[in-house]
Ligand binder design. Sequence first.
Ligand code: 13P
Ligand code: SF4
Length: 342
Amino acid sequence: MLATKNITAEELYKKLKNIKIGGTFCHFSLKKCQQMLPLIHEILELKEKKNAIILTHTYVSPEIIYSVGDFVGDSFELSKKAMETRATTIVFTAVRFMGETAKILNPDKEVLIPSNYNGCDLADDITAEKVRELKKQFPDYTFVCYINTTAPVKAECDVCVTSGNVYKVVERIPNDKIYFLPDEMMGLNLIEEFKKKDIKKDIKFYTGSCCVHKEYTLEDVLRDRIHYPKAQIISHPECKPEVCQNSDFVGSTSQMLNYLKDTSAEQFIVLTECGLSARVKAEHPDKNLVGMCTLCPFMKANRLEDILRVLKNPTNQDRVILDKTTIEKARRCLEKMFEYSK
Ligand code: 13P
Ligand code: SF4
């Protein structure tokens, strides 16, 4: 549990003061913490009264993670947490597809999304109708979707994967013909990984991409290698294959954080959204980060004000509402992931 009911402005400031990245999103003063405190206390009280849990993705603004968040993690960890919780309301502070995943796994719970601007480049890249078309075109293929997809898209697919288990899950699928969607970069990374391990599968992929991760180029990596020869470069599998190939470690946001925590390099460069660098600064201030990071506008659209609003007075737009058939079919796709990733 991250949130503590009687948190003071000083305690919050202590946690946030080292974070100086991502412009105004991630710069904190004691005064700013003092100003946020009444709002934070109101959320914490209401959360308890409503038996709610606040799940936060690493990419959301740090004042949310460290003041009202009960759990922070990557998409796989968050979906597991959503499955285990006894709370009757889940406030999912991330992007809509993650809230939908929580609803698929907890159809009887109320799942609330506090952001009004909660798309995701990848999830918005493909529709269920397009998947149905592709399935007609490639009838012998197992359709594998990245968790960054809408519930109706999951409902059309056979197996789901996350950035943390994609290689393991696809390797274990008994069919050698795989159609992977929607992330082209992850599809290409999958092909490269299987080539390295001499795993023979025919992998086709869709052409989606993430605006945050596609920004990083091989030129950035090669330049950083010259400027920071002692730095380890860590990247996310949504990055381009040539970026991943030239990184020291590739993994989900939580795997990246764990790698960094357990590695004694002099410097690190993390090629992902700024939220990960913020967590490193807050939780491992001794680690030396260099280089740049990129902001995800969708994740950063979550605000404390909206968390309070949805707890107080949720509208149907704030609720995740899915029909029974979509939930049942999408759940099967997620359960296959849990089965293959054991
Ligand atoms: P993780 O599951 O690695 O946290 O990734 C989610 C995501 O949206 C990355 O862009
Ligand atoms: Fe979607 Fe990219 Fe943002 Fe992740 S970083 S939520 S993939 S837009």
